[in-house]
Ligand binder design. Structure first.
Ligand code: GMT
Length: 379
């Protein structure tokens, strides 16, 4: 198949999922064309059947805000036509689904029928999408998609709840990891850089937006380090960074925390960690938690959104209500208290991650693509 993938190129989970999906499809022999305003961060190699088309946003002085959606639609028309694509798969509804709809209509006027699949990722529905000014466009674009997927049952339910006029069937296809990418044995040497005296090593990875409640990560860590020697690694960057630095000074924890900034492939650093903290207000899925589990790192998370579909309470980690830092710290300490318990949770986390290996999820996307193309043939 010749597949066009539209995604955000940045560090957000939707871009990571879209890129890893495209790479896996290409490895299976499909021809994959990425279309975005910049090269996706995880698109770190090219092969004979992997391509990238940049959407060039012009800087015309009349526009205070560049009309990205229109330029993207034009680019989609161009790529579909000249690369003879079979279908488009757009990740994140805003504005990718409506741009795909526009491209589809333009191509239809030229006698080309291009189906498009929309994958809903989370904040497009739970945060941004709830903004009433987006509602009519998102509802329309979802209903007009040839197929719609969501990354969890929870996100599917949120979509129907937040967008009552969405009538389209939504298939749940969970996020995935490529387990083979996580086969990095713990390097004692590297671990020593972060925990030189055998301290327990906690880690948090995110884009430091408000929804992640990174301040709770610091509060949980503060309680853990009062119970045992511990260090915390923060990976990522974003708008909350300044507040986090302030809180770390207030709590007097700065010397036990290392901030590494944005890291393209977090597997290396996850491989040396003992416990992952994910304290989000909401997560449609929590890809970061799954990446941790694939690295044999148990997860202390909230129980909101799709997290209960990923983390198993008392097995791969623990879950608590949003903001309950006391319980999260208590659970963290119970996992970290001795090596035998920690090793059991590490093994469980890895077992849980196996359920989301790409080998199990890729066939679901391929089946959906075939289904959409069969329906196109029948028209
Ligand atoms: O919130 C982010 O970290 C970015 C965002 C995105 O779409 O790029 O993540 C959402 O999609 C991820 C991939 O499907 C999910 O794993 C995240 O849970 C989801 N984030 C939220 O729902 C807050």
């Amino acid at each position: 198949m010749k597949i066009g993938i539209v995604c955000y190129p940045t560090f957000g989970g939707s871009g990571v999922v879209a890129t890893e999906l495209g790479k896996a499809l290409a490895a299976k022999g499909h021809q994959v064309h990425f279309i975005s305003y910049s090269q996706p961060v995880r698109l770190d190699f090219f092969s004979g059947n992997l391509f990238y088309h940049e959407v060039a946003v012009s800087d015309y002085p009349l526009f205070d805000y560049q009309p990205y959606e229109l330029v993207l639609s034009s680019k989609l028309v161009d790529v579909v036509k000249y690369e003879k694509l079979d279908l488009l798969h757009v990740h994140y509804a805003i504005p990718h689904a409506s741009a795909a709809y526009m491209a589809k209509q333009i191509l239809a006027s030229q006698g080309i029928n291009i189906p498009f699949i929309t994958t809903l990722h989370g904040t497009d529905i739970t945060l941004v999408g709830k903004d009433p000014s987006f509602e009519p466009v998102i509802t329309f674009a979802i209903n007009q998609s040839d197929a719609v997927t969501s990354v969890s049952e929870s996100l599917k339910a949120d979509t129907y709840a937040n967008f009552p006029n969405v009538k389209k069937d939504i298939s749940v296809i969970p996020n995935f990891i490529c387990l083979d990418d996580y086969k990095i044995e713990n390097s004692h040497c590297e671990r020593k850089l972060y925990a030189p005296n055998g301290e327990r090593l906690l880690i948090h990875v995110s884009n430091f937006r408000k929804v992640k409640r990174v301040e709770d990560v610091l509060r949980v860590f503060d309680k853990v380090r009062k119970a045992m020697p511990a260090k915390l690694i923060l990976v990522g960057d974003g708008p909350e960074r300044g507040n986090i630095e302030k809180l770390c000074r207030e709590l007097n924890t700065c010397e036990d925390i290392k901030s590494l900034g944005k890291i393209v492939n977090p597997e290396q650093i996850l491989a040396v960690a003992d416990l992952f903290l994910l304290t989000s207000e909401t997560e449609s899925f929590g890809l970061a938690a799954l990446e941790a589990m694939a690295s044999k790192v148990p997860v202390i998370s909230t129980n909101s959104g799709g997290l209960p579909e990923v983390n198993v309470d008392g097995y791969s980690g623990y879950m608590s209500n949003v903001g309950d830092v006391d319980e999260m710290a208590k659970n963290a300490i119970s996992i970290l208290k001795d090596d035998a318990t920690l090793n059991q949770f590490k093994a469980n986390a890895y077992e849980q991650a196996k359920k989301f290996d790409i080998s199990k999820i890729l066939p679901m996307y391929e089946a959906l693509y075939k289904d959409v193309l069969n329906k196109k043939e029948q028209l």
